[in-house]
Design a binder for this molecule. Sequence first.
Ligand code: PGA
Length: 248
Amino acid sequence: MRNKVVIGNWKMNTNLEEAYNLVADISKLKERETISIILPPLAYIKTLQNIACPNLKIGAQNLSEYSKGAYTGEISAQMLQSIGVKYVCIGHSERRTLFNECNNTIQQKMQQAINNKLKPILCCGESLDLRKENKHLDFIKNQILSALQNIDTEDFSNIIIAYEPIWAIGTGETATATQAQEVHAFIRNLLAENFGENIAENMTILYGGSVKPSNASALFAEKDIDGALVGGASLKAEDFVQIINANN
Ligand code: PGA
């Protein structure tokens, strides 16, 4: 059985008070058994760890590709590990496009995470142009195979993959459940071909891009969609908890 997961990516939103209240509200509303993860701004991680209910994990939105040294403004995998963070998002399209992170950088970040016992949430996904040209599957294949290079077989169980078509992020435009399932099945086949059936079958693959309470159930009903990476809707406690509850 694959783990079903819902992750909230707050991006650069909330002040400390709002963040505190949001985690307190989610903790109150959420059923305790289901695992969910919040990726708040880095500055609030320690505070939020102290108030989150069990099974609401607090992760990080980013980490450095370097291990330590003169890299002003960066945060290392070891630092995250030392404050009790387990999950870290890597390769989000906003990092790739706005901060010029290339496949090589993503690969180095994956290594940093794995070497420091963090669980990477590896994001992939195509632009609208690539989809229109029908080049999206090749593009995603490249992103994934590059990021997973040099990862040992036993470390795959610590990885979550998130498919997030760029044209659906923050736009209100969701991929249809069928469109998303098609890519998720493609990713699972790709994993089977390159790393074996077992790794493919056990990999949690999330969908991201304008997921909300009204479309979550249809997405989660697809056989290769194991949950969601949620941006905008994760900033409203009730919406986020409804999405979590839809993922049974
Ligand atoms: P969205 O963002 O749900 O606001 O589209 C998803 C994401 O960027 O992870």
